[in-house]
Design a protein around this ligand. Structure first.
Ligand code: SAM
Length: 285
């Protein structure tokens, strides 16, 4: 009988090279190969720990084809590891399609947990952590970004976003339009690195801070927003959220109104007017 292959999904540091687990080092040193987003980047990490591994490039653009080749090797009984440039693979990083494929093919997939910027940011930002939603990167284009944010405007969980520095000020300005300047916000910068900082506590304060310190609008950033308190408009909030989600998914106003009216047992005409208002941005003010 053939030996069972195994793929380890290994978290690596998000800045400070010491943030890697003993188990991660043991796995990286013992596997037949390490599939890495950027092999040069991962080589530097492995060199730091004196690990000689066979590195194979696996990134968003070759995930399908290279992934099939590596699946074959795993089915032959090899042991492999997947790493990304930083943090936990698959978290705003490639690999999700491949891991689903491996599971479907019956390959054992084992996580080796470790750093992730989203958890590090949440753990020290001082915002509620009992419930949170990770939104990853927002759309780069302003219109799409505003629409995504509008769909979240009644979100009762803490929201976590990854953001590129050159979009930070525009994103904060969009957030102020939707939640108001007094809404709770923390930006976590350069986590685990020399210039790590947390800036908060409201959207107005955070925007003013970065406008006054353009030298800090760089590096790696996590933006966190506090939850919206339930003000008793629960159904209205759910109706509006579903409308925004449907519009964002490209559903027509008419179909969206039909779905929402059906879901909540509401008059179709009334919902249609609300859909139109949301679509034209009237309710985004
Ligand atoms: N897989 C990674 C993880 O587990 O956090 C995320 C990869 S994603 C391509 C990169 C984004 O994560 C950055 O643009 C930034 O928003 C966030 N990030 C990564 N490292 C960070 C750090 N040291 N400090 C703050 N944010 C960081």
């Amino acid at each position: 009988m053939q030996a069972q292959g195994e793929l380890f999904v290994v978290a690596t540091p998000i800045g400070n090279l010491a943030d890697i687990t003993q188990r991660a080092l043991e796995v990286l040193a013992s596997v037949d190969w390490v599939a890495a987003e950027d092999t040069r980047h991962t080589r530097r990490l492995l060199n730091h720990y004196g690990i000689k591994a066979h590195l194979i490039s696996l990134h968003a653009h070759n995930e399908r084809q290279r992934g099939e080749q590596l699946l074959e090797r795993l089915l032959q009984g090899e042991r492999g590891a997947l790493v990304s440039d930083a943090g936990t693979p698959l978290i705003s990083d490639p690999g999700a399609v491949w891991i689903a494929r491996l599971r479907q093919a019956g390959v054992r997939v084992t996580p080796i947990p470790g750093p992730s910027a989203l958890v590090a940011a949440l753990s020290a930002a001082g915002l509620p952590t009992d419930r949170f939603a990770f939104e990853g990167f927002l759309p780069a284009k302003s219109g799409a970004r505003r629409q995504r944010l509008a769909a979240l405007r009644h979100e009762p969980r803490t929201l976590v976003f990854y953001e590129a520095p050159h979009r930070l000020l525009a994103t904060l300005a969009d957030m102020i339009e939707i939640w108001g300047g007094a809404h709770a916000c923390v930006v976590a910068r350069e986590l685990t690195k020399r210039h790590e900082s947390f800036v908060g506590e409201t959207l107005d304060e955070v925007l003013s801070h970065f406008q006054a310190h353009p030298d800090q609008v760089r590096g790696e950033l996590v933006v966190l927003l506090g939850p919206v308190k339930d003000d008793g408009r629960a159904e209205g909030v759910r109706v509006e959220r579903l409308i925004c989600q449907l519009l964002e998914a490209g559903v027509s106003a008419k179909t969206a109104a039909g779905i929402v009216a059906e879901t909540f047992g509401l008059p179709r005409n009334r919902v249609y007017r609300q859909v139109q208002a949301l679509k034209s941005g009237d309710l985004l003010q």
